[in-house]
Design a protein around this ligand. Sequence first.
Ligand code: 5AD
Ligand code: SF4
Length: 464
Amino acid sequence: MQEPRKLYVKSFGCQMNVYDSQRMADALAKEGYVETQDPADADLVILNTCHIREKAAEKVYSELGRLRKAKQDAGSDTTIAVAGCVAQAEGAEIMKRAPVVDLVVGPQSYHRLPEMLEKVRDGKRVVDTEFPAEDKFDHLPAPSAAATKKRGPTAFVTVQEGCDKFCTFCVVPYTRGAEVSRSVSKIVGEARALVDQGVREITLIGQNVNAFHGEGPDGRTWGLGRLLEELASINGLARLRYTTSHPRDMDDGLIAAHRDLPQLMPYLHLPVQSGSDRILAAMNRKHGRDTYFEIIDKLRAARPDIALSSDFIVGFPGETEADFEDTLDLARRVGFASAYSFKYSIRPGTPAAEHDHQLSEEVKSERLARLHQVLEASKTAFDRACMGRRFDILLEKPGRLPGQLIGRSPYLQSVVVTAPGAGIGDFVTVDITDVGPNSLAGQVVDAVEDRGRTSDRPLVAMEA
Ligand code: 5AD
Ligand code: SF4
């Protein structure tokens, strides 16, 4: 029998790419490819790339350099494909800059990979960065039961793609295109299949996930809140999350979902980018700092134990020291449980790239360090306040020591537990006994009898 062909996929950037990489692997599994963790062993290497900041995009070319050398040294004929947002943004340019690349495929064309690979086998170099009329989701196969099991008890489901917000710093509306939502029935069908195969937690993903407005089974347009309510009725689906959201799309229905659905984890990633009204306007964010505070007040009223996470950009063109201090002030006032902060990076083709008042690298670095300090202090304070609290943990993977397992708290913190008799995919109730910089430790207090736990039990067991 012929040896199966081997596939190595490397994902850069956001969760959308992780999800898309899995869908590509599922499509290629049908063509006889099995996944390998070793690029040297692969017949096909796919780099699923990110274009959000310059550094992210540059990584692709250094990775391609490494692959070219390895291919030359081994004298192999590995096929090299570039997918994702760099593929979409730079297309044929990649072919010119990196002759080692055989195939460039944009995020909307992954269902065409098998036919593209056939052309490569005929000796052609192929570029497809179109936005085809057909829906790739209708053409990409569902994962096999074995593939889902291997990926563990948590899964992503894409509910929308693209973005219509056009923040002036951001490439996403250009690389991922206009906002398109999937239909409720397709999303629910995919979620049910995952749960049947053992998935216990689903994160709904999209570039602007809470802009979701998919067609419901009643023929009406459903928002994300209504979709979450529907998903919460799936027996066995214990936890729901969604990411990444825009403040403008936090409507009352979605805030009510945080109040009404115990399955919806009390943790929200809600990027604010800046705390200065002037900069928010220049970023075309369509909200001010007060709107952001109001949304958080509403969320906390709906779900008092909710924790928040955010993204920040420092050194946006024209940002003054006073603007930056507004950002520090916002960060202090909200008290984020975690946050990501970035130096503004010029993205060609976006409006902010043309701005006359670009800031120096020194100013950006200095502000990033100061913001980082505030955000780290607030993360540490949040983690320390978890000491002694009681959480349900979904066990996801083995720990470093024998008998140890690592799971996630409702707040996405990694929690290390020793839980004899428990396995990956189980929930255990633990008391938090130790708080480290990267993870918490917990003592199991509830016997592990929860295999097959259904969604009709509240999952955040917190002390009063
Ligand atoms: N420069 C720096 N950070 C950026 N982001 C998006 N575009 C840029 C850019 N040009 C950040 C935003 C966004 C996150 C995914 O990446 O904070 O929320
Ligand atoms: Fe980019 Fe998010 Fe703004 Fe859309 S909402 S343009 S994805 S930063």
